[in-house]
Design a protein around this ligand. Structure first.
Ligand code: GLN
Length: 547
């Protein structure tokens, strides 16, 4: 039976609650425990799949095809535990389940209410798979006091009461602002936020306090006294150079020990931190650096391409180089020549995206990379744009384009080299879609197998000819164009097992030009970098040596 750690936040958002949860998961693993991390989000969208990356950051996709919050990406990167559909839930999903049950007649005769029906639904969600792991870490999105979050806070209060004593703890993250004029760290916002928690029947066992500097003993004692926690359970979360230093930093602050103390686990198993020491060493001591341009649309918000940025960091760690990423707005190339913008980079990456805006610029970036022999990694839309570029500029299909853009514009302007997929095979099942389907959850989502061509670059990079990667897209490259494109040198080196769907393309006569229909970035970890990112950065390193 799992022990439960609930993680809440107060004072302000963006304190790094997801990161603290992920780092704690990693530390518990280092002490030999098995863990699973979950995110409970109070917003009303059923899932983040329909939210704008500008607003919410990247959508993280699980193997089993759920579109989830980007915090699940942190969880996976720190623990290596593959997230599942059942590790992420929102108010929208909870209410939609409750309403579905109400219509079905499951509660016949009853008045449906937040307590107990909504809170029961949340508790059932928290319980899923509780026998599988030693620790279940459940992070509640938002901050205490948000109206939307109340049912979740109430559910964890009930849950902790229903479990035997000592099986649940609460870790609360807050901010200790530093007031320059008086040179003081202020504890009052934290006191207020804990008071808010207590007013809804919750009391933290551990306080994680984000602060610019170490917490002096006097403030620690004050927090302990006013917030009713032990002084050792007041943990400082200081700013770090890299997020991957978080496990070691939190260990140094005594977080994992405080958690084990809260559960009265004694003696505490000794941690093995070698994995994180190696990671920290690679980050702190790079032997060179490379510059990668990400030519995309959502460049104002770095979180929109979170996993890609992280996967590049991992690739850098594997090659002992620091990867500096610069975001280039693809729309610039609608009117301007890409050369002056791209020629100083060691590699170019065109990420995934939706809609036509910026795509002509991405096509130009792919053309620049092909012609100037700069390493290119195209991910999802980035692969589709590379194929369109090849079709237009090499194979002579002058009007090559994607059906996605014609759908949007409501007219037919392009030869559909990339078309809307309406039917495909998933395992033993056939999936069908129509153009008028709902927008949420209707893409080709989750893990699919691909077969790689013997002797291709990707087969060499992966070291195998059978892979499984995560997908999130509606459109596919049409194999109708395969022969013509292969005659021009664009090799279709990865295909779906039934041979219908192109999964990978690569230019045979280019030092490193690969487009993939899936999202390799979602599976990369600092201690286990994804082979494509590892080799992409290696190729970038070669380029940087040439110049
Ligand atoms: N918009 C494209 C599609 O739906 C690509 C999606 C993506 O890049 N994730 O196929």
């Amino acid at each position: 039976m799992a022990r439960f750690i609930f993680i809440t936040g107060g004072v302000v958002s963006s304190l790094g609650k997801g990161l603290a949860s992920a780092a704690l998961g990693a530390l518990l693993q280092a002490r030999g425990f098995s863990v699973r991390l979950r995110k409970l989000d109070p917003y009303l969208n059923v899932d983040p799949g329909t939210m704008s990356p500008f607003e919410h950051g990247e959508v993280f996709v699980t193997d089993d095809g759920a579109e989830t919050d980007l915090d699940l990406g942190h969880y996976e990167r720190f623990t290596g535990v593959a997230a599942r559909k059942t590790d992420s839930v929102s108010s929208g999903r909870i209410y939609s389940n409750v309403l579905e049950k109400e219509r079905r007649g499951d509660y016949l005769g009853k008045t449906i209410q937040v307590i107990p029906h909504v809170t029961n639904e949340i508790k059932d969600f928290i319980r899923i798979g509780e026998d599988e792991v030693d620790f279940m870490l459940c992070e509640i999105g938002g901050t205490v006091g948000d109206i939307e979050g109340l049912p979740f806070f109430e559910a964890i209060r009930q849950f902790s009461q229903e479990k035997p004593r000592g099986q649940c703890t609460l870790m609360h993250l807050t901010l200790l602002p530093f007031i320059k004029a008086s040179g003081e760290l202020k504890t009052k916002p934290t006191q207020h936020s804990v008071k808010e928690l207590r007013s809804i029947g919750l009391a933290p066992d551990i306080l994680v306090c984000r602060s610019e500097g170490p917490i002096p003993q006097k403030e620690r004692e004050k927090l302990a006294l006013f917030c009713n926690v032990r002084p050792e359970a007041v943990i400082a979360a200081l700013d770090l150079k890299s997020i991957y230093e978080a496990p070691l930093a939190y260990h140094g602050e005594g977080l994992d020990q405080a958690v084990l103390d809260a559960f009265q686990i004694s003696p505490a198993p000794r941690p093995d931190l070698t994995r994180w020491e190696d990671v920290a060493d690679r980050i702190e001591n790079p032997e060179g650096d490379v510059k990668v341009a990400i030519v995309g649309k959502y460049t104002q918000l770095e979180d929109a391409y979170k996993s890609i940025a992280e996967a590049l960091t991992h690739g850098g760690m594997a090659n002992r180089v620091k990867v500096t990423v610069e975001w280039v707005d693809a729309e610039i190339f609608d009117t301007e020549d890409p050369a002056p913008y791209l020629e100083d980079f060691d590699a170019i990456l065109v990420p995934g995206g939706f809609g036509e805006r910026g795509t002509e610029g991405k096509i130009k970036a792919a053309q620049f990379a092909r012609e100037h022999k700069v390493p290119y990694l195209g991910i999802c839309l980035g692969m589709q744009m590379a194929v369109i570029e090849a079709a237009r500029n090499v194979a002579g299909f002058k009007t090559a384009g994607s059906e996605e853009f014609d759908h949007e514009a409501g007219k037919k302007r392009f030869e559909p080299v990339v078309y809307h997929l309406k039917e495909w095979v998933q395992g033993n099942y056939k999936v069908t879609r129509s153009a008028s389907d709902d927008k949420g959850g209707t893409m080709r989502l989750g893990a699919y197998d691909a077969v790689l061509k013997e002797g291709s670059r990707v087969a060499e990079v992966y070291g195998t000819t059978r892979i499984e990667e995560r997908h999130r897209h509606r459109y596919e490259v049409d194999i109708k164009y395969r022969d013509k494109l292969e005659d021009c040198g664009l090799c279709f080196s990865g295909m779906s097992p039934d041979g219908r769907l192109p999964e990978i393309v690569e230019w045979s006569d280019h030092p490193w030009f690969i487009g993939v229909q899936f999202h390799p970035e979602l599976k990369s970890k600092p201690f286990d970098p994804h082979p494509l990112f590892k080799d992409f950065v290696r190729a970038a390193k070669e380029t940087s040596r040439l110049v």
